[in-house]
Design a protein around this ligand. Structure first.
Ligand code: HEM
Length: 107
């Protein structure tokens, strides 16, 4: 578990240009990702999301492990119209690790 979180912290280096986590995390070009699992999609105050995320918020869709893995595998396929410019994570090990890491950070 701890090793997986540590591996996930390394994977998060790919996200850091756009996302922050932890105490005092702020929105940058992407929203802060504290407490992501269980959070409603597109719901961070003060972040200007694309239409597809505004729609997900309206529908009350909630991030769980399955939707996070699907999104991170192919962001633009899972969320057609997203402005997240990220090719995606291809390795199952990286997807498991980033999920564990994001579950471990912030509230
Ligand atoms: C949105 C995760 C990499 C820019 C999101 C969301 C998640 C996420 C879960 C939705 C948040 C919500 O519903 O509040 C990640 C992870 C990354 C990563 C784990 C690395 C593996 C990046 C990178 C960029 C980026 C590198 C910038 C080049 C954005 C933007 C949004 C977003 C702009 C808002 C999307 C929209 O409104 O369509 N990201 N992201 N992300 N991310 Fe990322």
């Amino acid at each position: 578990e701890d090793a997986l979180v540590a591996a996930g912290e390394k994977v998060f280096k790919k996200c850091k240009a756009c996302h922050q986590v932890g105490a005092g995390a702020k929105n940058r070009s992407g929203p802060q990702l504290n407490g992501l699992i269980g959070r409603t999609m597109g719901s961070v105050d003060g972040f200007r999301y694309s239409k597809v995320f505004a729609q997900a918020l309206e529908e009350g869709r909630v991030w769980d492990e399955e939707s996070l893995v699907a999104f991170l595998t192919k962001p633009k396929t899972y969320m057609k119209g997203t402005k997240m410019s990220f090719a995606g994570l291809k390795k199952d090990a990286d997807l498991d690790a980033i999920t564990a890491y994001l579950k471990s950070v912030g509230e």
